[in-house]
Design a protein around this ligand. Structure first.
Ligand code: AMP
Length: 381
């Protein structure tokens, strides 16, 4: 292999996000998004990727460049089959297709992106990096639901976890910030974006995470409910006479912050709270209550917590969420410095007080860089 560049593709159902990175110095050479696939001029994923290729060619960074070492694809669900990044072959594509029932909204677009990219550059190594892979180290005690084992195994009903590239990246970046080997550090990572998940990471390995079979479980999110008594679904079906698809849409698209107060953007919720809006306040309180429960649970899971890292849109930007989530945890060894917490900054930074036993940090995530690194590592071997 000669080149040092990796093209990262994140193919969603209606958009393709791309970044071209140079792995010699980990810099970003180009990035962009092609949206509204299926509407108007961008007929399908093939047309979208053609547009990406044309755009890169315009910047003299075309797909035919000898500098391009590989393409790294984000794939949402790797099931129990993929616990590490995989060099893409026909067999790997088939295996990812077999996982579509577990991620019907995501894996089909990921597969399409892979197929189209392989057609464009059949000779180029392409790598699938899975959102679930980092969580594959979870012990069975954390990964299994307490349901009939045969039924669970037959249908793959277990906890897989998502946002894995982010949790992997942030747990390592936190160790780097603290100048400690990741192998010695126990970290709780709070990925709070529109989707949100927490993970407990012991010595660099995930031991628990809040998302489960699908990204619906766990924290309160922008539009997803997070944890819910599964019997609520039976109730909505039997008494509410809702169809399974309607309940799916309710819990994934019309719940969370949006369902609670009509807004899923934490900035807008903060603004409304400032005006004394009680609906927005209650949505915030429910969001924080759930988050604190997971911090408490993962403190018990880990036994000793060295660091708590906030990341993604809300985690990186909302001082109010961080302060509310960490307040009153002095008995846990957690003390946030309100001045540090309120300071805005772009890089990884500590927000805990000097006296805090647990380091609390804001650590910007970079899923594309993580995908590019994992891709480059695999093809450089
Ligand atoms: P992500 O999914 O990581 O892109 O995060 C998106 C979410 O981050 C948005 O829905 C906002 O709620 C939140 N967000 C972005 N910027 C801010 C900010 N300055 N303050 C509070 N929340 C923010």
């Amino acid at each position: 292999m000669n080149g040092s560049r990796v093209l990262v593709l994140n193919s969603g159902s209606s958009s393709v996000k791309y970044q071209l990175l140079d792995m010699t110095d980990r810099t970003r050479l180009a990035s962009g998004i092609v949206e509204r696939i299926g509407e108007g001029p961008v007929a399908d994923h093939a047309a979208a990727l053609k547009q990406v290729a044309d755009e890169l060619a315009r910047q003299n960074l075309g797909l035919d460049s000898p500098e391009l070492a590989a393409v790294g694809h984000r794939v949402v669900h790797g099931g129990t089959r993929f616990t590490t990044p995989a060099l893409i072959t026909d067999e790997v594509v088939e295996e990812i297709e077999k996982l579509i029932p577990l991620a019907p909204l995501h894996n089909p677009a990921n597969v399409t992106g892979i197929k189209v990219a392989r057609e464009l550059r059949p000779d180029l190594p392409q790598v699938a990096v899975f959102d679930t892979a980092f969580h594959s180290t979870m012990p069975e005690a954390a990964a299994r639901y307490a349901i009939d084992v045969d039924t669970a195994d037959r249908f793959g009903v277990r906890r897989y976890g998502f946002h894995g590239t982010s949790h992997a990246y942030v747990s390592r970046a936190t160790a780097a910030l603290l100048d400690r080997p990741v192998s010695e550090l126990n970290t709780i990572v709070l990925h709070l974006g529109n989707g949100a998940s927490a993970s407990a990471v012991r010595g660099g390995e995930c031991v628990d995470t809040s998302m489960g079979l699908t990204p619906l479980e766990g924290l309160v999110m922008g539009t997803r409910s997070g944890d819910l008594d599964a019997a609520a679904i039976f109730h909505l079906s039997r008494v509410g006479e809702m169809s399974i698809d309607e309940i799916d849409t309710l819990l994934n698209k019309r719940s969370g912050l949006l369902g609670l107060c009509g807004d899923n953007d934490m900035r807008e919720i903060g603004r409304r709270m400032g005006e004394g809006d009680s609906e927005a306040q209650l949505a915030f309180d429910i969001y924080i209550h759930r988050l604190r429960k997971y911090v408490g649970a993962y403190t018990a899971v880990l036994g000793r917590v060295d660091a708590i890292a906030f990341t993604a849109g809300v985690g990186e930007n909302s001082a109010a969420v961080r302060e509310a989530a960490m307040g009153g945890l002095t008995a846990f060894g957690v003390e946030v410095d309100t001045v540090r917490n309120a300071l805005r900054g772009s890089g990884a930074r500590l927000i805990s007080a000097e006296s805090s036993r647990v380091a609390v940090a804001v650590v910007p995530t970079d899923e594309e860089l993580e995908i590019a690194s994992q891709t480059f590592d695999l093809v450089s071997d």
